[in-house]
Design a protein around this ligand. Structure first.
Ligand code: HH2
Length: 285
């Protein structure tokens, strides 16, 4: 898988939310024609992966049935697969194994499960059987309740232990190690200080033995730091985390703004390579 090649710059996973209520782009790409146009735009800008979702997981969002999610995402996945050859990897952003299965049948090749296999008991068996990679993300609580009172004694240690436990469960279910990506779940049941502690701890999380994915794009904790209430105005803040994450060894960035984040990752990557022997690892440790 491309994210396992540590001699390549980190990959850009572009966000395509086919939802009415996503926190920064809700309603913009519900129409398949608009979603397709956005997908093409993001590919032109250099996206390596398209992450397509039919359910918002922003704080307070209500869950959507598999039928609703499938109705939203399937036409676009099918159209993209018919239109594009091997590139890019299409990822399905869902907690439902039923949705993931329909998406894989339509041509998706990666599962992005923000519940890390906890919401759908069949999710790990599906990924194992289809031999597709899966993103396992940390979340405290559920999207509906997660920002009410998040609490940790040691957020970095607790997220690390959770991710290792979920990776072990995935492997026990038959998913091979090369098909597991980990994600600290920025903004999912976390206060600002928790998000900052996790960003500061990225070198440790990048050293757990699995590629690390980071999703900070436009998230609210940066708005409060920058005195900015409009999430679409957080491009500079997001790029700062992409550069920091690259230096720490993150392999995939999940972002709404492909071009600028790709530039940030590429420059930070090139700087990190100076003085390193070819083939040596850049996992920040
Ligand atoms: N963040 C969101 C959704 N999916 N998946 C991973 N692996 N990591 C993340 O940080 C992550 C994610 C939330 O962002 P967005 O999709 O823009 O919003 P919404 O959930 O409101 O659709």
């Amino acid at each position: 898988m491309p994210w396992n090649d540590k001699n390549q710059a980190p990959l850009i996973m572009a966000v395509l939310n086919m939802t009415p209520d996503s926190f920064s782009d809700g309603g913009r790409f519900l129409d398949p024609a608009q979603a397709l146009a956005q997908a093409r735009r993001m590919l032109e800008e250099g996206a390596d992966i398209l992450d397509i979702g039919g359910e918002s997981t922003r704080p307070g969002a209500s869950p959507q049935s598999a039928r609703v999610q499938i109705g939203r995402v399937l036409p676009v996945i099918e159209a993209l697969r018919a239109e594009l050859s091997s590139r890019p990897v299409i990822s399905i952003d869902t907690r439902s194994a039923e949705v993931a299965e329909a998406a894989l049948d339509a041509g998706a090749e990666l599962i992005n499960d923000v519940s890390a296999g906890r919401d759908s008991p069949e999710m790990f068996a599906l990924a194992a059987e289809r031999q597709v990679p899966i993103v396992l993300m940390h979340m405290q609580g559920s999207p509906e309740t997660m920002q009410r009172q998040p609490h940790y004694d040691d957020v970095l240690a607790e997220v690390e232990a959770f991710l290792l436990e979920r990776a072990a469960a995935a492997r026990a279910a038959g998913i091979c190690a090369e098909h597991i990506l980990l994600d600290p779940g920025i903004g999912f049941g976390k206060r600002r200080e928790h998000n900052l502690a996790l960003l500061a701890g990225l070198p440790r999380l990048a050293g757990l033995g699995y590629p690390l994915l980071l999703g900070t794009s436009r998230k609210r904790f940066m708005g409060s730091l920058c005195e900015e209430t409009d999430p679409t105005e957080l491009l500079g803040a997001t790029c700062a985390t992409t550069a920091l994450g690259t230096a720490a060894g993150v392999r995939v960035f999940r972002v709404h703004d492909v071009k600028a984040n790709r530039q940030a990752a590429r420059v930070a990557w090139a700087v990190g390579r100076v003085g390193r022997k070819p083939g040596s690892e850049n996992n920040g440790t």
